[in-house]
Ligand binder design. Sequence first.
Ligand SMILES: Nc1nc2c(ncn2[C@@H]2O[C@H](COP(=O)(O)OP(=O)(O)OP(=O)(O)O)[C@@H](O)[C@H]2O)c(=O)[nH]1
Ligand SMILES: [Mg+2]
Length: 326
Amino acid sequence: MKECRKTMTKLAEQIFSGDRRAVAKMITAVENNPEGVLKEMESIYRRTGSAYRIGVTGPSGSGKSTLVDSLALKLREKGLTVGIIAIDPTSPFTGGALLGDRIRMQHIGLDPGVFIRSMATRGSMGGLCAAAGDAADILDASGKDVVITETVGVGQSEVAIASVAYTTLVVLSPEAGDAVQTLKAGLMEIADIFVINKCDRDGAQRLSADVLSMLELKTFDEGTWRPLVVETSATKGTGIEDLGEAIQQHRAYLEQEGRLHGKRLTAAVKKIQDLVVSHLEREAESGAGTDALRKLGEKVLGGKLTPQAAACKVLDNLRKRKQSKS
Ligand SMILES: Nc1nc2c(ncn2[C@@H]2O[C@H](COP(=O)(O)OP(=O)(O)OP(=O)(O)O)[C@@H](O)[C@H]2O)c(=O)[nH]1
Ligand SMILES: [Mg+2]
């Protein structure tokens, strides 16, 4: 155990010096056994805070990965290093996400200034969000200037991404169905920048106009950010410079009046929540936890307990167990 600790501490040192293999190893560790590397993640967390964090979300197939590829290329031209995490909650075991994103992100795959990692869910969404957040911290601590996290907008994941990103891009494309419906599904609220991708295709102008008119209908208080709309073609590389400028504008906005601090505070709170949730999920999924939950479930069905009281009981037991351990 002591030996293992030592190796891990060395690993953290290697991460701080930007060692790619160490970064990859640590990300695998947070995916497979987050409980086992809590101490290491503490020291890694202390070294975070210098990377700018960008979230990219939107419907499946709208061109997020291709866009991230072009954006990363642009950032590299400016001399910035980039870490990329692609979360794919829809493909649990196939490894399809990994292969697909490797191929799509081919421009940057061989550049040592870029680190790309795909993560697919093994179990819970909470666990995946926590692991993805840890991966972003690891990339930040390894010295990457910008960390980009991509996730498909299919549920909670895009909201989670927005709470840890400083700037959130919502990527839409003309064929991705009714924009209005997509936006109603929760993407409207989280976008700092709308990217109308595939502007080389028919319908992109119309989509742009739809998004702009939806924004017109919304009222924005004085001093709040009005989302920008940028048209791109990720495959042709057009509009990427404008996107870079839009991100820069949003960053400048955040850097005024302590707004970036606010974003980072939200991210810290989210991190605490993720850690708690993934801990509880692990407890609940373990054999003993499931048995205990079943017993409580029976009591709820038998009218002896309400679900609310059962949940309090579970939390109480965890607290007691924690106290007896320390
Ligand atoms: N014509 C055109 N095709 C594009 C553009 N951007 C991406 N594509 C194509 O759209 C398809 C999907 O692109 P991806 O980048 O994989 O999209 P994604 O949003 O990451 O997809 P998921 O991760 O599966 O949700 C690919 O075949 C891309 O080549 C674009 O600007 N124009
Ligand atoms: Mg993708």
